[in-house]
Design a protein around this ligand. Structure first.
Ligand SMILES: Cc1cc2nc3c(=O)[nH]c(=O)nc-3n(C[C@H](O)[C@H](O)[C@H](O)COP(=O)(O)O)c2cc1C
Ligand SMILES: [Zn+2]
Ligand SMILES: [Zn+2]
Length: 490
């Protein structure tokens, strides 16, 4: 039996949890976890943390691993490509969480460059080392979160390899590494089901959940022990309760948790804009107002203002009320299908940003970070302001690029000019003036090579002193000889 039997862990420590809040960078932070727990999340994950940075940087630790005694059960997630660092990072927090999870699912370019997440999914030996080293050395259980391969058989083989390291639970996100950004598409419950059937440890399913009914369906279809939800929970943190509470009430409640458990403004902002997604589509003025606020009290009163605006509107249309989900209720957000135009636009932006990154390897760290953020946000559904800032940035890059190209063109034309001059010089001073490419004879009177000179001398019946070809002389001599012979004969 492995060190931490998966089922014992799931039953005794995790209370057979079924409803699981996913790890989410800038989104599954402490106050959000506490809100989600209140609305039926039975297990929460921290946002992904970088194990290497976590080990060496105490500020990073203090900012990124924030918890409290009520925040349990809790699994802390790290990304890493280093067995030592992953275990070391986990050792630093193993008294404050119930397990540590290895992120093998992040598909973003930042993970490609950092060599972690889904970009390790071909390196089975390395994954095996990272996980088995942690299983052997940690007091707490180890878990992992993977994506699938296109092929079901390969996915099962992969999952079995991961299981063989001795981990206690596996989460399967039913999308491939390529399914991201505009290519996200649907997750495959078939892949998840196949993995669940092949493994002996508990398996959590992830992907394609929009409402509570989907959670039930997913468990029925895949046979998984639990269902992990990420983005839909951000639009409706009460999803696991089967409720659709009012957005303004949920937002206000979240802010109360923020007061109790402070977090970064980045988290607050991203939560509020997701909760109020539909509300802000209608109330653009309130959206703009909220976007400018930083102070918690001011944000709270802005939420109350939103509530008043909606209540006023509700009163006036009370007769139209029916069973449909009104826009002010928390609900899953289904992205509008992207037109080809906007997809093209995003691809173009992405290309520009990526080109900029590869072209300017020496750019200062701040700029690099900025580019990373932009690359990330390109994969998300862009908020208008973010989009504007990306567009602005892309324009700057574009302008820089054009300037560079102009300089290059100028340099090139200078080079070409120079080359032409050289060529002329060569023609003038060193190459044969005939049809060939031989060097000219240094002293040739006709600026020709020996061969061309001979031809010229022959046709024109002349001499070249430089080449010492004496055609006229020869003819004259010959003529003289002939004359002499004739004379002699006569
Ligand atoms: C804002 C956001 C942040 C995420 N951050 C992480 C992360 O830190 N670690 C991770 O393993 N997955 C992360 N994911 C992926 C989710 O955990 C999940 O696998 C994916 O969104 C699919 O589930 P969903 O359909 O329920 O959203 C993130 C997703 C979102 C939307
Ligand atoms: Zn000559
Ligand atoms: Zn010649």
């Amino acid at each position: 039996m492995p060190k931490h039997d998966g089922y014992t862990f799931w039953r005794e420590k995790l209370n057979e949890c079924k409803y699981i809040l996913a790890p989410m960078v800038d989104a599954s932070e402490l106050p959000w976890r506490m809100l989600s727990r209140k609305y039926s999340s039975q297990l929460c994950y921290t946002p992904m943390m970088n194990a290497g940075v976590f080990v060496r940087d105490s500020t990073y630790r203090a900012e990124n691993f924030v918890t409290c005694p009520e925040d349990r059960p809790l699994i802390a997630q790290f990304c890493s490509d280093d067995p030592e660092l992953f275990t070391k990072a986990a050792e630093m927090i193993q008294d404050k969480c119930d397990a540590v999870d290895l992120n093998l699912g992040c598909p973003q370019n930042i993970a490609r460059r950092g060599h972690y997440g889904a970009f390790l999914q071909e390196e089975w030996e390395l994954i095996h080392k990272i996980l088995s080293n942690a299983v052997q050395n940690l007091k707490i259980p180890v878990t992992a979160k993977i994506r699938v391969f296109d092929d079901i058989g390969k996915t099962v083989e992969y999952a079995k390899m991961v299981e063989s390291t001795g981990i206690s639970i596996l989460t399967v996100h039913g999308r491939t590494r390529e399914q991201k950004g505009p290519n996200t598409g649907l997750a495959s419950w078939e892949h998840i089901k196949a993995v669940k059937n092949a493994l002996k440890i508990p398996v959590f399913a992830n992907g394609n959940i929009l409402c509570f009914n989907d959670v039930i369906e997913c468990i029925k279809h895949t046979g998984c022990n639990g269902v992990m939800v990420a983005e839909p929970n951000l639009f409706n943190p009460a999803l696991f309760s089967g409720l659709n509470p009012c957005t303004y009430d949920i937002a206000y409640e979240y802010m109360l948790f923020v007061e109790k458990y402070p977090c970064s403004y980045a988290c607050i902002r991203s939560h509020l804009f997701k909760i109020f997604q539909k509300v802000f589509e209608r109330h653009k003025d309130l959206r703009e107002k909220m976007g400018k606020l930083r102070d918690i009290e001011e944000i709270k009163s802005c939420i109350l203002e939103i509530k008043q605006a909606i209540l006023k509107e509700k009163e006036s249309q009370i007769n139209e009320q029916d069973l449909k989900l009104e826009y002010w209720l928390c609900q899953s957000y289904i992205r509008p299908i992207q037109s080809d135009e906007s997809t093209k636009e995003r691809e173009e932006l992405k290309r520009l940003v990526e080109e900029k990154i590869s072209e300017d390897a020496s750019c200062p760290n701040a700029l690099k970070r900025h580019i990373d953020e932009l690359t990330l946000s390109l994969n998300e559904n862009l908020e208008k302001e973010e989009k504007d800032s990306v567009l602005k940035f892309a324009k700057i890059i574009e302008r820089k690029k054009r300037k560079l190209e102009k300089i290059e063109r100028k340099n090139k034309s200078l080079e070409e000019e120079e080359a032409r001059k050289q060529e002329n010089k060569r023609n003038k001073y060193s190459l044969c003036g005939g049809q060939c490419k031989n060097p000219k004879g240094e002293k040739c009177e006709f600026k020709l090579c020996r061969k061309c000179c001979k031809d010229k001398v022959f046709t024109d019946k002349i001499d070249c002193k430089g080449h010492q070809i004496k055609f006229r002389q020869k003819i004259q001599n010959e003529e003289t000889n002939l004359e002499n012979m004739e004379n002699n004969l006569n």
